[in-house]
Design a binder for this molecule. Structure first.
Ligand SMILES: *Cc1c(COP(=O)(O)O)cnc(C)c1O
Length: 369
């Protein structure tokens, strides 16, 4: 295979450092590594196999298909499927020993039926909606569904889970309120002493220790980013795991008054040296970075000029000496003393680090170091 000019580099050492830091923060709570969305763009199978080797025993994905792929890759740890399965896939849950999050009667009944047939008793985790208004049963449905679970012969209630909508905001009192509602739901579920209770995502794990309970579920922080996007310069804690690199493929000199790219959304105001880079929105580099993003070349920042195209973008290298065809371009990560974080790219493209990592990571060849 001919390699692309563009490469995502995944740093295992940084991943390990983040895992150890977060695992330690969560103790005595257990640690679930969130590897949905192909490991937030870092590679679900590669990251899970690596973390598994480092002692990580619990993984979480969104869909059942991801869970099966992960199981087939040789992961013997517990795998949570965080979006519920469709009733017709109850058999798959049991076949691949996946831990389901449940909130719907039909799925529970289907699971119990199949489990009974196979002489199994499957542990399920009930998802409660404590204020996110996304997945889960509402507080007043908890006792009804728990009664249903307790009556079904093929399954048992192993855990209870919820999710925080605002835990990235350390100033908001929403997380404490949501946590209190979760407490009520645990009481409603009964036999609370034996249930595995989990609600903390990265924000709650880092900023709200009282919410850790029996297990924390960390995603973005595992990949080196604080969910509120502000700490990267201040703290020597989490380390970004992903870098994204390319090469300069052409350098040219343009006179004053020259339009650049589709729609000529930028016109040169001085004699300009322009470098062309083979990265575009097809590579997960958003078109919203047109005239707003920056890249690193020879350790210095070069601003995007004109629109980001499908496979190409152009940057101004007038102020950077000796830029040549073939020079390394860093779109995300470190070069020399400069650093571009996923938060910076997110700021320039009206989104969050999560989306930047997914888009870049899942649209390029990955190299693991
Ligand atoms: C994605 C997800 C997490 C992890 O969130 P981060 O903010 O990335 O740590 C935890 N729990 C659920 C249910 C999720 O969907």
């Amino acid at each position: 295979m001919i390699p692309s000019y563009n490469q995502v580099v995944v740093d295992r050492k940084a991943l390990l450092a983040n895992y150890r830091l977060l695992h330690r923060k969560g103790i005595p709570a257990q640690f679930l590594a969130m590897v949905k969305a192909d490991g937030y763009g870092h590679g679900m199978v590669e990251c899970s196999q690596f973390l598994h080797g480092q002692g990580c025993t619990i993984f979480g994905v969104a869909e059942l298909g991801e869970a099966v792929t992960l199981r087939q890759s040789g992961i013997t740890s517990q795998i949570f499927c965080l979006i519920e399965f469709l009733p017709e896939y109850a058999d798959t849950i049991i076949e691949y020993d996946i831990t389901p999050i449940v909130f719907n009667s039909r799925a529970i009944e289907a699971l119990s039926r199949v489990a009974e047939k196979r002489l199994k008793k499957v542990g399920v985790h009930l998802k409660v909606d404590c204020g996110m208004s996304r997945l889960g049963v509402t507080l007043h449905e908890v006792s009804t569904i728990v009664n249903q679970i307790n009556k079904l012969p093929g399954i048992f209630l192993e855990g209870i889970a919820s999710h925080f909508p605002c835990s990235d905001d350390t100033l908001s009192d929403d997380t404490e309120k949501t946590n209190a509602i979760f407490e009520v739901s645990i009481e409603q579920a009964g036999k609370s002493a034996s249930l595995i209770r989990h609600i903390a995502n990265s924000g709650a794990t880092l900023y709200f220790p009282a919410t850790h309970r029996d297990m924390v579920r960390c995603g973005i922080s595992l990949y080196g980013y604080y969910p509120d996007g502000e700490h990267e310069e201040k703290e020597a804690g989490l380390q970004p795991v992903m870098a994204f690199k390319s090469r300069v493929i052409q350098v040219k000199k343009l006179p004053v008054g020259t339009g650049i790219g589709y729609g000529h959304t930028f016109t040169t105001k001085k004699i300009t040296r322009l470098a062309v880079i083979p990265v575009g929105y097809e590579d997960g580099y958003s078109r919203l970075l047109s005239n707003s993003g920056e890249v690193l070349i020879r350790g210095e920042r070069a601003p995007i000029r004109g629109r980001v195209c499908m496979n190409l973008c152009m940057v101004d290298v007038t102020e950077i000496e000796n830029v040549e065809t073939g020079d390394e371009v860093v779109l995300l990560g470190k070069q020399g003393d400069e650093h571009i974080s996923a938060n910076q790219i997110a700021m320039h493209s009206d989104t969050i680090s999560y989306e930047v990592l997914c888009m870049i990571g899942n649209n390029n060849q990955r190299l693991y170091i």
